[in-house]
Design a binder for this molecule. Sequence first.
Ligand code: HEM
Ligand SMILES: CC(C)=CCC/C(C)=C/CC/C(C)=C/COP(=O)(O)OP(=O)(O)O
Length: 299
Amino acid sequence: MLQENSIKLSSSYAVASKVKDYSQLMKFNLTFMVVFSSVVAYLLVPGVEFDLIKVLLLFAGGLLVSGSANTINQIWEKNTDKLMARTATRPLPSGRMSETEAIIVAAVTGVAGFLIMGYCFNWLSAALSLFSLVMYGFVYTPWKKWNSLAVLVGGIPGAMPLLIGWAAGANNLSEGGWSLFAIQFLWQFPHFWAIAWIAHKDYTRAGFKLLPANGEPNKFTALQAVMYTLLLIPAGVAPYLLKITGGISAIVAILAGLFFLYRAINLYRKNDVPAARKLMFGSYIYLTIVQLAQLLDKA
Ligand code: HEM
Ligand SMILES: CC(C)=CCC/C(C)=C/CC/C(C)=C/COP(=O)(O)OP(=O)(O)O
């Protein structure tokens, strides 16, 4: 009886730790936010009505493709991830998962996500998903080792989920989709530089130079972050000007933009890790609020 209970306990522990490994492998939080942005774009397409099944399918397709892309990223980075405190406990660098298992996961999820997008939506959205996966897994990831331009390159797959969602609903790439793409594209720079500022020692140890001009965290980095948060304010109004969203969400985007700008200016003034951390959290707050407001305020 006692033995039976302990077998049950250890097998449920094994299941829980496998779930955790898979969640780390697909970078669940990041992937969730990416997929949420895709669903928002889909639902903002003029004429698209809320349909739970479609939304769930888009969630599933996005989760699978983005999960696959993140798995490919971690296969490449197994050795450098071992060198950073932030990433050393991931399943591959810690040795909890074999590379073969990760390759199988990446292939199965990538193909499944691509097919869901193609059969349940259209082949334009499937092709864009594949393009994003290749850009992230096979262009951005190796590029990270060369220079900081990688962040610009990574910004393309990072913002593509909006075009994928738009294409899933509209079967075209009209201005509305691009205006949503622009917001997430610009957003990523302050988002990432705040993170790279906090984790600077980790990145240096692993040989990554991802701050602007291969630099150190300093006023120049902060100024670049200020510039992008500033650009986000007009970009945030574009979906309203294109009659995709209403006036209230445009006001929310301006206010959230001012808040994000304030946090970037604060980093410029203070030049320290606590200010960078505030900017990083500010980035999550900004994007969540703006995309929720857009979703609730469809024109
Ligand atoms: C150039 C593009 C991007 C770069 C270089 C980048 C980089 C990073 C890095 C290095 C982390 C890890 C932080 C940590 O370990 O504490 C991170 C976290 C995160 N990123 Fe990004 N990111 C980019 C784009 C995006 C996009 C497009 C989204 C979603 C829309 C996003 C959402 C997130 C979220 C939610 C987290 C937190 C993950 C967690 O706490 O588990 N990122 N990002
Ligand atoms: C539809 C589709 C395929 C979308 C791809 C979406 C995606 C994965 C976007 C993330 C963008 C990005 C550059 C993240 C940073 O990775 P990193 O390698 O700098 O992070 P790390 O150091 O934590 O591994």
